[in-house]
Design a protein around this ligand. Structure first.
Ligand SMILES: NC(=O)c1ccc[n+]([C@@H]2O[C@H](COP(=O)([O-])OP(=O)(O)OC[C@H]3O[C@@H](n4cnc5c(N)ncnc54)[C@H](OP(=O)(O)O)[C@@H]3O)[C@@H](O)[C@H]2O)c1
Length: 316
């Protein structure tokens, strides 16, 4: 099959379109022909070597976490799927055999069937960013009807799902985004939009039950004054200092938490149901081909992305 591989860590020049052996699925896995996959910041972070100590496979590494596609074979221990089913899902890119490829062997628990009102492109955008937003807000933040949530980085991949999921959970949503994305986050359902070039949320009089920092440029300590007495600050940027902060606030009223993605089947199905109930949509800002992978990653690295970038695979 064709895949984008890296044979060393480095700049986007190490991305190589190559012919590699087809994956061989285990008994509990599906083999899926990929129709589309999304770009996530973790992809180019792995390319640069930031997670090199945690990689489970040596070079060549195939990058990528998210995909949508069609089932082409079903393992003997997999009950609920048939050849031809349209699915979407995610694998951990740390395993080094990712979704920047024509085929992926994936455990059935990492997959759900495609939302019936979404294209392959729209569904491929969801898994990493959507699961992050859902689990951080609903499970870590305990977000419920009537609560106030602030979402930093609200126009990005994680952020644009977070705004919609927070509204779905019944919260009052304040979205932080740049000047060009104020209307975008309001259209997604945000009750208020704050332009970070004009105002610093930590200096404003509002108080939040949950602050979700999707981009990792704010700290728990500076957010303390704008958290409710039992408020929770959630960051998507795991680091030793974040984990220390999390441990230090374990028994305090205001808490700092750090999110780390684990793909759970039930959560994927929850996102599918939200999409089918028209409560969740994907904003795919850019569509590229496999050959344009370097351009797609460069755009993701710009840090000013609206919604998602998706790669469309050629129809076989
Ligand atoms: N821990 C985990 O398991 C996990 C899971 C998912 C994601 N993440 C991490 O979360 C981060 C975000 O991911 P993503 O996919 O959402 O990235 P993304 O799509 O690239 O989002 C970038 C967003 O950041 C906004 N932004 C840039 N500067 C800003 C500022 N000063 N203040 C507020 N917003 C600003 C941009 O909005 P404007 O254009 O309006 O500036 C853009 O929409 C990445 O570092 C990713 O690796 C971690």
């Amino acid at each position: 099959m064709k895949a984008i591989v890296i044979r060393q860590y480095g700049s986007k020049e190490v991305l190589e379109l190559a012919e590699v052996p087809d994956p061989e699925p285990e008994d509990d896995e599906l083999l899926v022909r990929i129709h589309a996959f999304a770009i996530n910041p973790i992809d180019w972070k792995i390319r640069k070597g930031v997670a090199r100590w945690f990689m489970r496979k040596k070079f060549p590494i195939i990058l990528g976490q998210d995909f949508s596609g069609e089932v082409v074979s079903v393992g003997s221990q997999v009950g609920d799927y048939e050849i031809g089913d349209r699915v979407f899902g995610a694998v951990s890119s740390l395993r080094g055999e990712g979704t920047y490829a024509e085929l992926i062997a994936v455990p059935a628990k990492n997959v759900a069937t495609l939302p019936n009102n979404m294209s392959f492109l729209e569904a491929a955008a969801i898994p990493t960013a959507g699961l992050t937003a859902l689990v951080a807000l609903r499970d870590m933040g305990g977000l419920q009807t009537g609560m106030d949530v602030l979402i930093n980085g609200a126009a990005g991949g994680v952020g644009h799902y977070a705004v919609q999921i927070a509204k779905f959970l019944g919260a009052y949503v304040t979205a932080i985004a740049g000047p060009d994305n104020q209307d975008f986050v309001t259209d997604l359902g945000a009750d208020e939009a704050i332009d970070y070039t004009q105002a610093d949320y930590t200096k404003l009089p509002s108080r939040y039950d949950v602050i979700f920092d999707t981009i990792g440029n704010r700290h728990f300590r500076e957010s303390i004054p704008v958290l409710q007495p039992r408020g929770i600050f959630i960051s998507t940027m795991p680091s030793p200092s974040q984990y220390l902060q999390m441990a230090l606030t374990r028994f305090s009223r205001k808490k700092s938490k750090t999110f780390l993605l684990q793909v759970e089947e039930d959560d994927l199905w929850d996102l599918k149901k939200m999409a089918e109930a028209d409560q969740l949509r994907s904003h795919v800002e850019h569509i590229f081909s496999l050959e344009q992978i370097a351009e797609a990653q460069a755009l993701s690295e710009s840090h000013h992305l609206r919604g998602k970038i998706v790669i469309q695979m050629p129809t076989p």
